[in-house]
Design a protein around this ligand. Structure first.
Ligand SMILES: [Fe+2]
Length: 302
């Protein structure tokens, strides 16, 4: 008996004919979800996972391994550690979602990955405060300052600017039991002219955590754990799309090989060494030489 399909069928029709009965049953079983977007998301997800399983001819052993891997990934998560976000980051999914959803206006500041180390409800700090609240202030402090504006160039007042970065040991508070939770974190509010400023230390490149399932995966794939030095920002203002982004310092050896694919050209900045003067002391409390990063963030209307 000739079991081959008629050659006149389209490729879509062939795929449907080759589709196992259970795939159709599983996809169709979600047809009663009332929200059309949710129905589409779940049915497409089921279809694509079935396609994958079929394409790679997944063995039972491999399926069990996958279940165990995802179980362990969930077990790594707690209030200050999010292994699933890290997994999404190293798979490039976080940046893909970012590309689909953000940067619709060419004039806005580029966004990038949120990352797994954000801690909500950090203390509100005053203009030009230091976010180094644990241990010594850095020998040469870093001043980060600029303005929050919209795409028409108008200043945005009362924007909430969350910042977070690692300590010199490459670890975030929450990861490192020796740091207070609010160390190198803080929430700033832009002033009546949209200005913000804070003091910190120069960020360092660091390795993402290797003690969980993501580490296991990267080791197995012989991939790098390094991220180039950066400071995280989450900027929210009423009527505007929340901006999640980083500023990367230039001349970092990992700019071209970020483990989570987060680097964008428009986010690379050059810290400039400055001498303290009367104005730096008066406005920012800087009495000695410091590094300056000047960067204006441009938000788009929501
Ligand atoms: Fe980071």
């Amino acid at each position: 008996m000739n079991t081959s399909m008629p050659t006149s069928l389209t490729s879509d029709a062939r795929a449907i004919l080759k589709q196992p009965k259970v795939t159709k049953q599983a996809v169709d079983s979600f047809h009663q979800i009332e929200n059309p977007r949710h129905r589409h998301l779940i049915r497409t997800l089921v279809q694509k996972i079935h396609d994958y399983v079929q394409e790679v001819e997944l063995t039972e052993e491999e399926w069990l391994y996958t279940i165990n891997f995802l179980t362990k990934t969930g077990q790594m998560c707690h209030d200050q550690r999010q292994e699933f976000i890290l997994l999404s980051d190293v798979l490039g999914i976080s940046m893909l979602v970012d590309e689909i959803n953000n940067q619709k206006d060419i004039n806005q500041t580029p966004s990038t990955v949120f990352g797994p180390f954000f801690v909500d409800k950090m203390p509100i700090r005053n203009f030009a405060d230091s976010i180094v609240v644990d241990g010594e202030q850095p020998e040469t402090p870093l001043l980060v300052k600029g303005q929050i504006r919209n795409t028409k160039g108008e200043p945005i007042t009362n924007a909430y600017i969350d910042v977070w970065q690692t300590a010199d040991n490459g670890m975030y508070s929450g990861q490192d039991p020796n740091q207070k939770i609010d160390n190198l974190r803080g929430l700033f509010i832009s002033d009546s002219e949209g200005n913000y400023a804070f003091k910190s230390s120069l960020p360092v490149s660091y390795q993402i955590p290797s003690d969980g399932t993501v580490g296991q995966l990267l080791n197995y794939a012989k991939r790098t754990f390094w991220r180039p030095a950066h400071i995280h920002f989450k900027i929210a203002a009423e009527g505007y799309q929340t901006l999640v982004t980083h500023l990367f310092t230039d001349n970092d050896e990992y700019l071209g090989s970020d483990a989570v694919f987060g680097v964008k050209e428009g986010l690379i900045v050059q810290p400039v060494l400055k001498s303290a003067d009367e104005a730096s002391e008066k406005h920012f409390g800087l009495k000695k030489d410091y590094y300056l990063i000047g960067y204006d963030f441009i938000l788009t209307r929501s």
